[in-house]
Write a protein that binds this ligand. Sequence first.
Ligand code: ZN
Length: 69
Amino acid sequence: MGRIEKGVKCSVSGCGREAARSISANKVKAAGLSVSSKEKRAFICREHYKEYKKKTKKDKTLEKWRWGH
Ligand SMILES: [Zn+2]
């Protein structure tokens, strides 16, 4: 999953960085990111991917204990 072409831009509105991943737009929206894509697939940059991961896994882990770096 997640292979994308070079030069594709992040689909999150207000972000113009180069995309690093493609994820189902619905999942991205469910994580609270606003996607401007009309397609089922959204492209997101590394920063937004991190944010997406953080939101989607916060139920499973107690990572806040590790924030002190
Ligand atoms: Zn982005």
